[in-house]
Design a protein around this ligand. Structure first.
Ligand code: GZL
Length: 341
């Protein structure tokens, strides 16, 4: 009787093409009875990547990092889904990846909340998820393997500390300082972290006033609109905190169009985030005073984590990528040529 049961079970498994064991351990090999799709992926690890969109230079560099890392030469099949700036698109792509039974799902979540249901679906399907760059906040633990990205609050704090040192160096540490902030996509980890981090330092300086904070959604066009609005409202802005370089480019355009000056010898101090190559060039040109790096080259770290999962190893739940900052006292000309992004 036992023999008959095991034969029936084996046939059932072959017919369903499912191998119950951990997907991570055997992914990339098609089991008997596998679909044509699975056969075509035989020997490759299939990775479904849900990207935020293409809103900034940083984002393009980030996407390129995945496309350069997860290649067939390296043993991967990358399925790349552009969320076009909408959470519903990202959730839809995750569900498609689950139906395609990919070996891993990588999610760069546009905002932090609203992911519990689809993460539970991936978990039930036995598909490991790695969260990259921005973070998720879930009701339940254990819905993803790990998170890899930047310490956004630290970026914000470092920007505040830089401003305090800069003002001190100019003899303006007791002066009344008026600040505006162009925020990123509201509810994204980068916006939440940078706003909080700088806000913590703001509280330590009674002579600093935050006149206004508005979202430029990490795009140049919106960043320019927000800065134009600030210039209409406030006639004594001393500092602009811009939560990414593309919004900074828009802000610099708006300031110059209004007949004001910014940057190295300007009336308005410009502090930016990301430190992409084009922003460092703008710093060399004298438009930006300081830029806090946010490293987009996450894919090599993600790939190392997948290798560990393939080997059945556990992962650190939170993994920060190394970052620095740049200001206009540094010699950037040589640095900019070697910079990957
Ligand atoms: C930060 C990343 C942000 C960048 C922006 O890790 O999520 O999104 O700072 C990008 O340039 O649009």
């Amino acid at each position: 009787v036992n023999r008959k049961i095991s034969i029936i079970l084996t046939i059932a498994m072959l017919l369903t093409g499912c191998c119950g064991c951990a997907k991570a351990a055997v992914s990339g090999q098609s089991s008997a009875g596998a679909s044509a799709q699975e056969d075509s992926n035989a020997g490759y690890i299939t990775v479904g990547f849900c990207q935020v969109g293409s809103e900034s230079d940083w984002r393009i560099a980030c996407s390129n990092s995945y496309k350069e890392e997860f290649t067939e030469v390296n043993g991967y099949r990358l399925l790349f889904a552009d969320g076009e700036g909408k959470q519903e698109n990202q959730i839809k792509s995750m569900r498609e990846f689950i139906l395609q039974d990919v070996d891993y799902i990588l999610l760069d979540p546009i905002v932090e909340t609203g992911w519990d249901a689809v993460l539970k679906e991936a978990k039930s399907a036995g598909i490991p998820v790695i969260i990259c760059d921005r973070e998720v906040k879930t009701e339940e633990d254990g819905l993803y393997e790990c998170w890899i990205g930047s310490d956004f609050e630290k970026e914000g704090r470092n920007a505040g500390k830089w401003l305090a040192d800069y003002l001190q160096s100019k003899g303006r540490d007791q002066e009344k300082i008026n600040i505006v902030t162009i925020q990123g996509t509201m509810g994204s980890s980068a916006q939440l972290g940078r706003t909080k981090g700088f806000g913590d330092v703001l509280k330590e300086h009674a002579n600093w006033t935050m006149l206004g904070q508005e979202s430029g959604d990490f795009t140049q066009a919106k960043g320019q609109e927000v800065m134009e609005d600030f210039l209409r409202k406030y006639h004594d802005i001393d500092v602009v905190i811009s939560e990414n370089d593309n919004m900074t480019f828009g802000a610099v355009n708006a300031i110059q169009a209004a007949g004001k000056t910014c940057g190295r010898n300007g009336d308005i101090v410009i502090i930016s985030f990301d430190a992409v190559k084009t922003a460092l060039q703008s710093m060399i040109d004298g438009n930006i005073n300081a830029d806090f790096e946010c490293n987009p080259l996450l894919a090599p770290l993600v790939e190392k984590d997948i290798e560990k999962l393939q080997a059945g190893e556990s992962l650190e739940k939170v993994q920060y990528i190394d970052e620095t900052y740049f200001d206009d006292t540094m010699d950037l000309k040589s640095l900019i040529t070697e910079r990957k992004y």
